[in-house]
Ligand binder design. Sequence first.
Ligand SMILES: NC(=O)c1ccc[n+]([C@@H]2O[C@H](COP(=O)([O-])OP(=O)(O)OC[C@H]3O[C@@H](n4cnc5c(N)ncnc54)[C@H](OP(=O)(O)O)[C@@H]3O)[C@@H](O)[C@H]2O)c1
Length: 326
Amino acid sequence: MRAMLCEEFGEPSVLTMGEVDEPVPGPGQVKVEVHSVGVNFPDLLLVAGKYQAKPSFPFSPGIECAGIVVELGEGVDELAVGDRVMCDTGYGCCSEYVLAYVHRTYKLPDAMPFDVAGGFTITYGTAYHALIDRAQIQPGEVLLVHGAAGGVGLNAVEIGRLLGAMVIGTVGSDAKIEIVKKYGADHVINYNKENFRDLVKNLTDGRGADVIYDPVGGDVFDQSMRCINWNGRLLVIGFASGRISEVKANLVLLKGCQVMGVIWGAFANMEIPKNRANFATLFDWVEQGKINPHISAYYPLEATGEAIELLQSREAKGKVIVRVRD
Ligand SMILES: NC(=O)c1ccc[n+]([C@@H]2O[C@H](COP(=O)([O-])OP(=O)(O)OC[C@H]3O[C@@H](n4cnc5c(N)ncnc54)[C@H](OP(=O)(O)O)[C@@H]3O)[C@@H](O)[C@H]2O)c1
């Protein structure tokens, strides 16, 4: 089969098209004919050799996709050949076929196109789990979302708004303000131009944000600890800035706040029924038109490197999709 391959760690441009054997599903796995792949920040880290998982060479990036089940591994009875699905796989989706564990594979609503479904699993799964399971956000609370135009960010803005929060988004360029407002933010701050810490305090009569959703880390995390409300929840989502956040325990104490780790992939393994229920709700929301995934760019399989570069350059808005088949 055709696959975009990483044979050495480096920039996304190291990826080249190659031929590898089709994978064979093991127990609890399905083989998926890949139609579309969602690009995620971890793809950049995987190819650079900076991700926690380091697959052996050659490997394909692509940690989530949508497609059709074409073969079942031993013991799989929840899915059937021919099912339209989305899944997350750890890596390997930028290929014609990939293996997915059945508990990380979700049957698609009939009307959901592959082009949309390919980029749904990870970012919506993460935003839902973070805001609802972890922060238990309440209507009327103030939600501050950093990197609000990015994959996990824009989904959090949308879900926060749907749940009745007052949403403040931060972005790194003015070009991203409009999309974040369109997805429901009441206020959008360009944190490269303005001090979000002071603005959040001003917008909340000095109280600060009740829930802070942080996929950026570094300085953004540090400043977030200074504008969190009493009883606030700071959700540690990721470190796109490149610097892992460090928690100052004195601030946690003084603010009476909680710093909460969020790792959706582990949750999906450890709390399978709960995760399935989350996806049932997400799919209901899709069918009712309550959420509407934003795809800003499509690339063919052979341009996977360029698709990942779009995230690296911070120009992507919402999701970027690699099309493997029409
Ligand atoms: N915890 C979990 O379960 C989980 C699940 C999925 C993803 N994540 C993590 O969440 C983070 C975001 O992932 P994503 O797929 O949503 O990525 P993405 O679409 O590229 O969004 C990341 C956002 O971070 C901002 N950013 C700030 N500094 C950056 C830098 N130096 N380089 C690139 N972007 C920078 C960018 O917004 P501005 O340019 O507007 O600042 C960008 O929109 C990653 O760290 C990822 O590993 C965590």
